[in-house]
Design a protein around this ligand. Sequence first.
Ligand SMILES: Nc1ncnc2c1ncn2[C@@H]1O[C@H](COP(=O)(O)OP(=O)(O)OP(=O)(O)O)[C@@H](O)[C@H]1O
Ligand SMILES: [Mg+2]
Length: 467
Amino acid sequence: MLNDTFLTPAQIVAELDKYIIGQHEAKRHVAIALRNRWRRLHAPLDMQAEIVPNNILMIGATGVGKTEIARRLAHLADAPFVKVEASKFTEVGYVGRDVESMVRDLAEQSVNRVKARRQEAVKAQAAEAVEEVILDALIPPISQPAGIKTGVGFGSGGGDGTPTSDAELNERTRERFRQKIRNGELEDRKIEIQVAQGAPSIGIMGAPGMDESAMSGLQDMLGNMMPKKTRKRKVTVAEARRLLLDEEAGKLIDMDEVKDEAIRQCENAGIIFIDEIDKVASSGGKSGGSGPDVSRQGVQRDLLPIVEGSAVNTKYGIVNTDHILFIAAGAFHVSKPSDLIPELQGRFPIRVELQSLTKDDFYHILKEPRNALTKQYEALLQAEAVELTFDDEALLRLAEIAFEVNAEVENIGARRLHTVMSRLLNDILYDVPDKIGPNAHIQITAALVDERLSSMVKNRDLSQYIL
Ligand SMILES: Nc1ncnc2c1ncn2[C@@H]1O[C@H](COP(=O)(O)OP(=O)(O)OP(=O)(O)O)[C@@H](O)[C@H]1O
Ligand SMILES: [Mg+2]
């Protein structure tokens, strides 16, 4: 994290461009916010405390890439990152996830990241330890009674190459097997090893008024009080290596250090993406009501201190949220950003509107992203040795149809491309491999697209159900 190879804003945008078409404003803003994380940590210490992140609110119709940007950002960020849905939360005192759980999730994520990196660093050392364990299982070492020196004085021959004692014989056999293990000759040999059993899970019924963090804390505490159980298992050498590596690597790292580092990263580099924030905005704008609106406002109130900066108790320690970056996103179909309580609006100073996608965008979305739908279907059929190709005209026509259906039936953005594509290709996907054999080549032409889809576009009532 946060080293000198950290991506520049232009590089971040270029990475996002590989998956998301258009939405340049949004990409620029998240790129700047991400780079600012790095910049802050390289600023003088007294300034670091002052620089607070500019939280971002992304606004855009459904299916235009909000969640997709978050997903790709998560890969790029190289920082603790969680994505949560605001609609999952309920306000304090109600049954459900309390808002602070997003910070606990971030801490958890951060610990896992740091732990994985440390384990990676001690992998070679752990592998040596594992080899020893496997060897012990194959050829148990002779336990030498204290005080008795083997080999010297007790030996019968000595010097002529024949074993001089059981211990020496044992040692030689072990060396021979060590070589065999290293040569991969014993991968399928069965051995018996002790493996740690997952921590016993203790169910606790939530008592009223007990929050989630207290619950998981209690659960952990009780779990730790139980003796660590191990279990004998008969497995192949290859499997044993896989099972033991994590365990041995775990023994080599200092968990307290991991926790400290994880909390530090969580606080300084952490990013929380709050999706579907519009779902907790009150639609009517009428105040003093009751029912869902009140509870939504409650969630917003609970969000305030976290976004503003507060200390949250996690099982790894206290996490201060002052410098965590929050990015929120919502379609705001029914409600408007101004329906959020003013204090919360204020916590998201940067507003970005995502553009509605055009016919042209659809064409590019079908064709260009790394995970473009056309590429996905090509790969699916490739598995059957069937080659699928799309004419450019066909893609233009598909884009056009998707756009028309969006305009006439319901605008679901780029998601429409999924329904249109599956409608187009379903028969083919069904007939391969039974009717369309391997090595076939299927070329999707504009004419074929029209044949399969245009009747649907003309018949609106029908297309409501089918597309
Ligand atoms: N600009 C885009 N470029 C490439 N693919 C896109 C774009 N916008 C949307 N998609 C595709 O459409 C699908 C839905 O997009 P996404 O999940 O980002 O929608 P959203 O904006 O979060 O909508 P909602 O408000 O309904 O959650 C994704 O599978 C994504 O691949
Ligand atoms: Mg979404």
